[in-house]
Design a protein around this ligand. Structure first.
Ligand code: NAP
Length: 257
């Protein structure tokens, strides 16, 4: 029996990995009941591809304004989404929006690090906190036993470059200190959330998308956005209790801390 259609929220969906996630989830017919595709400027020119996709699926996709650096915009979005869900809750929340500021320790500024923490750590933290009531509603409404994205799951898009072990080998080619440090903090936030929420059966996991050809990954990156997202959606779909708090890549491989 195929699972019930789920309600999904993804941040940073106007381009890159977020946009492709919305696209592939729409291709999986009947998989999604409501898709809240969030971006900073829904009516701006940078959201045209997302608007076109939403026009194709008007009953499923709602484009919602969220700047993850702005708590008020998160709170307003949570209110709007709650009113649209009518008690069925949010099954899958993907904290995808992120920035990747470069530079080694001697080059970076306090502002680089503050901006990175605001977007990559405080953004996901505030999203989790504000949408927790809707994740809890999804647990209640699901009627299924174990943890899964059919019940309530939060996926934080992180990076392999946040790994201490990986950094020892890759730092010389890519310092990207604000990115590494903020994504490592995001990983710790995810593990803390996983521990705190496991009794409520809300799953938390972090996923490295691969080195992907997007504005962030650059044109020389290893994989296409389609491959990355296909892999991540497959991994997300198979997640269960044993995946709670894990650091995985888009192929489901566990990464070292
Ligand atoms: N590509 C890779 O190789 C790679 C590797 C490891 C991890 N990642 C992670 O994957 C995620 C997606 O990255 P991507 O490759 O798709 O990059 P991308 O094409 O540069 O897209 C980044 C997305 O994040 C959004 N964003 C940034 N700051 C935001 C904010 N304050 N509020 C709301 N949205 C914001 C951007 O929106 P705007 O258009 O408004 O700026 C855009 O939609 C990020 O978390 C990134 O760190 C990517």
């Amino acid at each position: 029996m195929s699972p019930k259609p789920i309600n999904v929220l993804i941040t940073g969906t106007n381009r890159g990995i977020g946009l492709e996630m919305v696209r592939q989830l729409m291709e999986d017919k009947g998989r999604v009941k409501k898709m809240f595709a969030c971006c900073r400027d829904p009516n701006g020119p940078k959201a045209e591809a997302l608007q076109a996709l939403a026009n194709k699926h008007p009953d499923i996709i709602t484009i919602v304004a969220i700047d993850v650096n702005n708590l008020e915009s998160i709170k307003e979005a949570a209110q709007l989404i709650r009113s649209q869900l009518g008690g069925s809750g949010l099954n899958l929340l993907v904290n995808n929006a992120g920035i990747a500021l470069e530079g080694n320790l001697q080059e970076i500024t306090t502002k680089d690090m503050q901006d990175s923490f605001n977007t990559n750590v405080l953004g996901p933290m505030n999203i989790i906190k504000e949408f927790l009531p809707l994740l809890r509603e999804a647990v209640k409404a699901s009627g299924i036993s174990g943890m899964s994205c059919n019940k309530a799951a939060v996926i934080n898009i992180t990076s392999m470059e946040a790994s201490m072990d990986v950094t020892k080998h890759s730092y010389a080619e890519a310092a990207i200190v604000p990115f590494r440090v903020s994504k490592a903090a995001l990983n710790m936030l995810t593990v803390c959330a996983a521990e705190e929420m496991k009794k409520e059966k809300i799953l938390f996991c972090m996923l490295h998308p691969g080195w992907v050809r997007t504005d962030t990954g650059g044109q020389w990156a290893e994989i296409d956005v389609k491959v990355s997202v296909k892999g991540m959606l497959k991994v997300i779909a198979t997640m269960a209790d044993k995946h709670n708090g894990l650091f995985l890549d888009y192929e489901g491989t566990t990464l070292p801390w």
